[in-house]
Ligand binder design. Structure first.
Ligand SMILES: Nc1ncnc2c1ncn2[C@@H]1O[C@H](COP(=O)(O)OP(=O)(O)OP(=O)(O)O)[C@@H](O)[C@H]1O
Ligand SMILES: [Mg+2]
Length: 139
């Protein structure tokens, strides 16, 4: 975080439906192209965003996604914040374990997303909900 010199102006998308998750994918793809991520890295960050936005919808009861460009002076990248006011994640270590699900999914969304990005932070509580920030840098 301390390396950020430039922060772009955020583009926001609310997440209330499956169509909104598709819009998140499109927004993330377009910003990833704009900051010149490779095709492979574009796909990685779009996949991560899709999983996290789906969690925002399913477990968080909906929320918002904000996409911002970042510039370290050396590299450009994008940062995405997924925020909801849902119940929070009770056991974060468990939730980040491959295969753990409370919703009958594959339990790979959080753990897989973490592996697909360069930086991954979660703030979660029952009072404030869940806020996940991910960053992907162009190489
Ligand atoms: N935004 C959120 N708010 C509350 N709980 C969440 C949130 N995101 C994830 N969780 C919890 O963490 C668990 C693991 O999430 P993860 O995305 O890894 O798996 P999943 O959504 O259950 O399955 P998959 O994503 O593989 O279909 C979820 O089952 C849920 O209990
Ligand atoms: Mg999931």
């Amino acid at each position: 975080m301390t390396t950020d010199i430039g922060l772009g102006h955020p583009q926001a998308q609310s997440v209330r439906s499956d169509e909104d998750v598709v819009r998140v994918r499109q927004l993330v793809r377009s910003v990833a192209v704009a900051v010149k991520l490779s095709l492979v890295d574009q796909t990685k960050v779009v996949t991560a965003a899709s999983e996290l936005a789906r969690n925002t919808l399913v477990y968080g009861g909906g929320g918002t996604v904000e996409v911002t460009t970042v510039d370290s002076g050396r590299r450009k990248g994008l940062r995405i914040v997924f925020a909801d006011s849902g119940p929070g994640i009770a056991d974060l270590d468990l939730a980040l374990t491959d295969g753990y699900t409370t919703g009958g999914g594959l339990g790979l969304g959080l753990s897989g997303s973490r592996r697909l990005v360069d930086e991954f932070e979660i703030e979660t509580s029952a009072e404030t909900g869940t806020r996940i920030t991910v960053t992907k840098w162009a190489r």
